[in-house]
Design a protein around this ligand. Sequence first.
Ligand code: ZN
Length: 278
Amino acid sequence: MHTPTDFTPSHLAPNPLPGTTLVFAYCDTKLLVGGPEEAPIVPLLEQLRGAGVSGACHYLGELAGVPCVAMVLANDTPAPEGFRCAGLRTLFFRLPEPLLALGGRAFQVVEWDRTHRFCGRCGTPTRDRAEERAKECPACGYVAYPRMSPAMMALVTRGRELLLARSHRFPQATYSALAGFVEPGETIEDCVRREVREEVGIEVANVTYFASQSWPFPHSLMIAYTAEYAGGELKPDGSEIADVRWFSADALPKMPPSLSIARRLIDATAARLRQSGT
Ligand SMILES: [Zn+2]
């Protein structure tokens, strides 16, 4: 999930919006799509208008010259004939990656629209700002931007081994890198050291940036790091971590899907350890 190379973001919509505008319309957490199950299609504005579907729109920008909007549907909106509502995760590997990324972007904008209808400070209904993607309170002036929640992911290595954990939250027996949300006052590197200490009881050094990924479930920015084991015994925190182990780079367990940054982080680090011959 990242910005497609041929996408130009903007919050200022052309007026009027052309009928060929791509519409990422959300009913609750589900995206309205057409086409067959295996090859979903993002609808055009003229198709939705023809089907009588409408909702508040937030302009996203242009994908290869085609305008794109996020549309907020009422939660009880029925999908019109020929369309269905699909969870974004079920569209992985089915929707082309640029459309999936814009679907994730649209979801975060829709989620922000739905959860900032009233001022968090004084309770007055908010209104959209014309000059930027923000909602402001006409009574007290409070401004609310789309919410982003930075989270770190840390893959700890020890020689040729990788530390992977299975969370109570993960479905089945998938092992992955450690992860947690950044707290007020922390740098991401502080967060890596704290989360590793809290979740599995060890100390780490050489915390090194790997990559980041937008993760719209519902509004995370995952920032991935590698770190080296620096001391301590593994003591998994029973509430969050179901199991944690050192795995050889040559014998890794069942892992997250390849679209996730977790998988890229693990694959790249395991390949580096195997090549280093340690
Ligand atoms: Zn207010």
